[in-house]
Design a protein around this ligand. Structure first.
Ligand code: SAM
Ligand code: SF4
Length: 461
């Protein structure tokens, strides 16, 4: 079979990053190999996100760029998958007739047959059937990234929380957890192939195993992952505050490989708004859980998501949010302006906040958080951080980059063979702090105090 090239554009969250890798594995038996060059590809796939209006606009603007390419090379196949595909279905091909395949979130497992159908029948195919084989798909096959030392592992899909602003339950379906044995096997395989750190992902990992009866809840799963030989660090995301149990909090003290960082989206500092969002917790409970985390694991980094301009958010609610940000002192914050999404209850709420007000609140909060991010980073100057080296830094080829246990990006100069360092944990002394990263120097005799194996990774079956 002639070798063909596939280029995947991944938009959105870590779930999509994971799904894109599954697509590559699924397409390998059809002899597709990945390419980073769009104009060389025989198959172009867009793995889309619909969480905010802006993300959806990006999809159409990218598709616009492909019109000319398709006209010049009608034989290329263009496919759109992910959440926008699931949400829009046939509307996508009506708006962008140069698309060949629309495959929703449940159709991921059927991608190879959809590609074959387009080739054989030379017609467009749309598969947004909500019953599908894609759920919790884990395809065994080649790992196509080189020199990678960290990996995402999906442990559950979908969400049953129905926060009133969120489209996820509609485009990703109900919550389903993967079997623990399957997850552990996947991680062992990744470790054999040079992965040193895994991030267990799902929309609400704290609820793992609660509905499937696999006899293993999230803290128990973490314990089993912690026992995997050769694995050095474990992270997870996203945690829902209402399901953050004391047992899970204690895991940060018990499990040596669990990195001291938690992403714990709060969304608002106003209990009134949290209730209208259907988040299932009030501000006080969130603050108590943060205190417990810091008590159990001093120095733990805490990051969060915050939405400004939720319908009905009044000045006093926004002030409560600013106050919470000052009280908690997050290590980092992902800020979003509320946007209406199809079918979600909040789209029908009255008292929409004007765009100008959202914009002003957004800038105010960003400014407040910037101060704390910098303060937290500056506090690390003079300390030595254990950095898991990922490879050369994007900014300067003379520098290496990696992350500290608290998930801070640390860049440093290394005179020795850079590539041989990937996958190792190096002690690095911090000398300068910025908003998004830290700068340091490796310490120790001739930079010799390394732990870990060489995790440089190449194609692996
Ligand atoms: N499951 C995670 C949780 O509940 O914390 C969040 C998943 S969502 C992919 C990531 C973030 O997008 C949310 O935490 C929220 O802040 C933001 N988001 C979701 N829907 C939004 C909307 N309609 N408008 C603005 N931001 C939104
Ligand atoms: Fe969306 Fe809420 Fe589920 Fe997170 S918990 S995915 S915000 S519905």
């Amino acid at each position: 079979m002639k070798q063909k090239l596939v280029h995947i554009v991944t938009m959105g969250c870590q779930m999509n990053v994971y799904d894109s890798e599954q697509m590559l594995r699924l397409l390998a038996p059809l002899n597709y190999r990945p390419t980073s060059q769009l104009d060389k590809a025989d198959l172009i796939l867009l793995n889309t996100c619909s969480i905010r209006e802006k993300a959806e606009h990006k999809v159409y603007s990218f598709l616009g760029r492909l019109v000319r390419m398709k006209r010049l090379r009608p034989d290329i196949i263009i496919g759109v998958g992910g959440c926008v595909a699931q949400q829009e279905g046939y509307r996508l091909v009506e708006r962008a007739p140069h698309i060949d395949i629309v495959f929703g979130t449940f159709a991921l497992g059927r991608l190879p047959s959809l590609v074959e159908q387009v080739k054989d029948q030379e017609k467009q195919v749309v598969d947004v059937n909500p019953r599908g084989s894609s759920e919790l798909l884990c395809v065994k096959g080649p790992v196509f990234k080189v020199e990678r030392v960290t990996a995402f592992v999906t442990i559950m899909q979908g969400c049953d929380n129905f926060c009133t602003y969120c489209v996820v339950p509609y485009v990703r379906g109900r919550e389903v957890s993967r079997k623990p044995e399957e997850i552990l096997e996947e991680i062992r395989l990744l470790v054999q192939n040079g992965i040193r750190e895994v991030t267990l992902i799902g929309q609400n990992v704290n609820a793992y195993g609660q509905k499937n009866g696999h006899g293993c809840d999230f803290p128990a799963l973490l314990e089993r992952v912690n026992d995997i030989e050769g694995l050095q660090r474990i992270r997870f995301t996203t945690s829902h505050p209402k399901d953050l149990s004391d047992r899970l909090i204690e895991a940060f003290c018990r499990l040596d490989k669990l990195a001291p960082h938690i992403h714990l989206p709060v969304q608002s500092g106003s209990s009134r708004v949290l209730s209208r969002m259907n988040r299932g917790y009030a501000r006080d409970l969130y603050v108590k859980k943060v205190a417990r985390l810091r008590n159990v694991r001093p120095g733990i980094a805490i990051t969060s998501d915050m939405i400004v301009g939720f319908p009905g958010e009044e000045t006093a609610d926004f002030e409560a949010t600013v106050d919470l940000v000052r009280q908690v002192e997050f290590d980092g914050l992902f800020l979003f302006k509320y946007s209406d999404r199809p079918n979600v209850p909040a789209a029908k709420f009255s008292n929409k906040v004007p765009e100008a007000v959202k914009g002003k609140r957004f800038s105010t909060l960003l400014e407040v958080q910037r101060e704390f991010t910098l303060k937290k980073n500056k506090a690390l100057i003079g300390t030595t951080q254990e950095v898991l080296v990922e490879g050369p830094s994007k900014k300067s080829r003379n520098q290496l980059t990696g992350r500290s246990p608290c998930n801070k990006i640390i860049n440093f100069k290394d005179s020795a063979n850079c590539m041989a360092r990937a996958g190792r944990i190096l002690p690095v002394r911090i000398v300068e702090a910025f908003s998004h990263s830290l700068l340091g120097h490796p310490v120790g005799r001739g930079h010799g105090e390394y732990s870990g194996e060489n995790g440089g990774m190449s194609y692996a079956a």
